[in-house]
Write a protein that binds this ligand. Structure first.
Ligand code: BEZ
Ligand code: FE
Length: 290
């Protein structure tokens, strides 16, 4: 066929993919074709805008290396990461909702004893974080592996602090005890801007969007027979909860901090003058074939 026009080109490209033998790949490439063409028609994309879009994507690629993933950030700020998460994690009653993994997960962290202090109390507002890992029935899950990470009081992850020379801080791995519990001490994390020195930051500037994520603690929790849970616990009262730059907040993931002046933490170790308690119980979803 010759003489492709704005009226017949979409069908021609969709047809050209028609011989694809992998049904899922065929569905995806044909749908991308239809949606991309519909987008170009809807906004009547100019030649200059098309060149600018290609330049933007080229710069996004150039920004990526093994420590920086600008394409994921792009997906995050368009809400695509959360949409993929939402349709893949329709969680049943008694289980914890999921949210984005984010770029600061570094794989399995160092196994650490419950009760450990991850950051000394001089470096921020002391916090005691505790929770239980449960099945939907409410029964505790023993030996669940809990990887967690959070920022310091200034909103920086350890990976963003060159003075740490790659040493882990504010990140660790715990195992739930015989009652399904874990607990540790740290400092209250802060809200922080997502990386904004690349094309995604420029896009947010140009569209008058801010870079901020509300303060949170990341959790990656796994146990045999259950789906791995990737989520955060957000701190109630944070001013950025309603407008998270990556759309990751869910009401059920927001927890209150309870101020305490007790002389001891819940694990009976001495506490500073004043500290916060954060308690959150997690429900894991049974794996499909267990
Ligand atoms: C994070 O929570 O660490 C994060 C998530 C998405 C983009 C940037 C950071
Ligand atoms: Fe984060």
């Amino acid at each position: 066929m010759l003489d492709f026009t704005e009226h017949n080109l979409t069908d021609a490209v969709v047809d050209r993919f028609g011989a694809c033998e992998n049904p899922r790949l065929k569905q995806i490439v044909q749908a991308i074709t239809r949606h991309a063409h519909a987008f170009v028609k809807e906004v009547e994309l100019t030649q200059e805008e098309w060149v600018e879009a290609i330049d933007f994507l080229t710069k996004t690629g150039h920004m990526c290396d093994d420590r920086r993933q600008e394409f994921i950030l792009l997906s995050d700020v368009f809400g695509v990461s959360m949409l993929v998460d939402a349709i893949n994690h329709r969680m049943p009653e008694g289980t914890t909702e999921t949210t984005v993994l984010g770029p600061f997960y570094l794989g399995e962290h160092k196994l650490t004893a419950n009760g450990a202090t991850l950051v000394s109390e001089e470096e921020g507002d002391p916090i005691f974080i505790e929770g239980t890992i449960k099945a939907p029935s409410g029964s505790p899950i023993v030996d669940a592996v809990i990887d967690m990470w959070h920022t310091d009081a200034e909103g920086l992850y350890d990976a963003q602090k060159p003075e740490l020379h790659g040493a882990p801080k504010m990140r660790a791995q715990f195992k739930s005890d015989a009652q399904g519990r874990f607990w540790f001490k740290s400092v209250v994390p802060s809200s922080y801007p997502i990386p904004n020195d690349g094309p995604v930051g420029k896009l947010l500037d140009a569209t008058k969007r801010h870079y901020m994520r509300p303060a949170h603690i990341h959790f990656h929790i796994s146990a045999p027979g259950y789906e791995t849970l990737v989520t955060h616990v957000f701190l109630a009262g944070d001013p950025w909860l309603e407008s998270d730059a990556v759309f990751g907040v869910k009401k059920s993931l927001i927890a209150d901090l309870t101020k305490s002046n007790a002389s001891h933490y819940p694990d009976n170790t001495p506490a500073p003058k004043s500290w916060d308690l954060l308690h959150y119980d997690f429900g894991l979803k049974p794996a499909k074939n267990s």
